[in-house]
Design a protein around this ligand. Structure first.
Ligand SMILES: [Zn+2]
Length: 227
């Protein structure tokens, strides 16, 4: 216990420097943030420490509302994620919800390879559900491509789940503009890829189902991306 403060002193020092630099670069930055939070985007991404949401899209505090969990899962009974979505859509009026997976995701690897990691197995089970839904197609891919494919399938299925939440359905019913997107971040190159899933209304949800031929055709097993 005696080392606790010294262990974290670097972080506290970093914070002081960051706050001072931010205020010096843009005087009044924090007092303006205090009065206003008007992000346009809700980011639902993986908790992986290599995927820092704001930094990847070069947005400042106040510009991106963020929810992260293991393997960027959207579950209909997860009150944490649903509450974030509800606050973002109803109170902050975000216009875009972006589900963001990333290459070589440990949660996806565990789901694909039946790796036991502990309590989190119960959470990763949601990703295994996606795997089982698409097992026959995944089996047609070279083994080296399966993680990447399941990462993308997981993003698309979680984006579909987001579309089916009461939060998004109610927003669409009252004519509020909310668009759901699916992206994947490449750990190897720092780039985000749009999976071309864009749902701005209930009629656009089912056609985006990744089990459809259109999505499979766009994802042949010969894609080149190091894992
Ligand atoms: Zn991950």
């Amino acid at each position: 216990m005696t080392t606790t403060n010294t262990d974290l002193q670097d972080l506290l020092d970093n914070n002081k420097r960051w706050a001072a630099n931010t205020e010096a670069g843009e005087p009044g930055f924090f007092s303006r943030l205090l009065k206003q939070q008007t992000p346009q985007y809700l980011w639902i991404g993986c908790a992986d420490s290599r995927v820092p949401a704001n930094e990847l899209v070069d947005l400042l505090p106040g510009e991106l509302f963020v929810h992260r969990n293991v393997a960027n899962v959207v579950v209909h009974s997860d009150l944490n994620c649903l509450s974030v979505m509800q606050f973002a859509v109803d109170q902050l009026k975000v216009r875009h919800i972006i589900i963001v997976g990333h290459s070589n995701c440990g949660g996806v690897v565990a789901a694909l390879k039946d790796l036991r990691v502990g309590l989190a197995d119960n959470w990763i089970r949601h990703v295994q559900d996606v795997r089982h839904m698409h097992q026959a197609w995944l089996d047609t891919l070279p083994e080296a491509r399966r993680v990447e494919a399941l990462v993308e399938l997981n993003v698309l299925e979680q984006a579909r789940n987001a579309c089916h939440t009461t939060v998004v359905q109610d927003a669409w019913s009252r004519g509020q503009e909310v668009v759901v997107h699916g992206w994947v971040y490449g750990l190897h190159n720092g780039l985000l890829e749009d999976l071309s899933l864009t749902a701005a209304g209930p009629e656009q949800v089912d056609p985006t189902r990744p089990t459809g031929a259109r999505w499979r055709a766009s994802r042949p097993g010969t894609r080149r991306r190091p894992e």
